[in-house]
Ligand binder design. Sequence first.
Ligand code: IMP
Ligand code: MG
Length: 182
Amino acid sequence: MKNMMDDVKNILFTREEIHEVVKRLAAEVSRDYADKEVLFISVLKGAFVFMADFVREVTIPCEVDFMAVSSYGAGTESSGRVKILKDLDTNIENKHVIIVEDVLDSGITLSRLIDMLNSRRPASIAICTMFDKPARRKAQVKATYSGLILPDEFVVGYGLDYAEKYRNLPDLCVLKPEVYEK
Ligand code: IMP
Ligand code: MG
């Protein structure tokens, strides 16, 4: 029987370490938005795991919406192009929006997304990212809430994929080099 763990070189962060950080981020947001109406927007697909864990630790009333944009093909480098594949269902005018992201990498996807959302006149926009790779930043984007800092290394698991696989690994992992050479 195939097991994804056979493709894993090492675990960078365990599910327990990740969960502690998710709770910390949710506590910060719950405190800062205690008297506001907040809408969490998640960028599919990578952020679906974090979003699900995150909102269940948030203690204030909130709304959730999803959008899908493409920036990566099947490879590991950003193309610099951002296309909306699925737009929001919610009108964000006058709403306090928090973008819930899996990983902030070059920031190109997010900076385009923020420009686009700003044109819809929300009351505010903040970014909450589970993982952050500040060394790889190309666009002017800073996370308002940032979970774990990652080295400049391609990772999978906890929602993150390589060629659409490994999103269901509960820990954040580095794959064996031969997996990419296939
Ligand atoms: P960027 O910030 O525009 O470069 O793109 C961010 C998106 O790239 C994230 O939402 C992920 O979908 C993807 N991404 C960035 N780094 C990784 C990684 O290490 N593993 C898997 N996906 C990644
Ligand atoms: Mg991806």
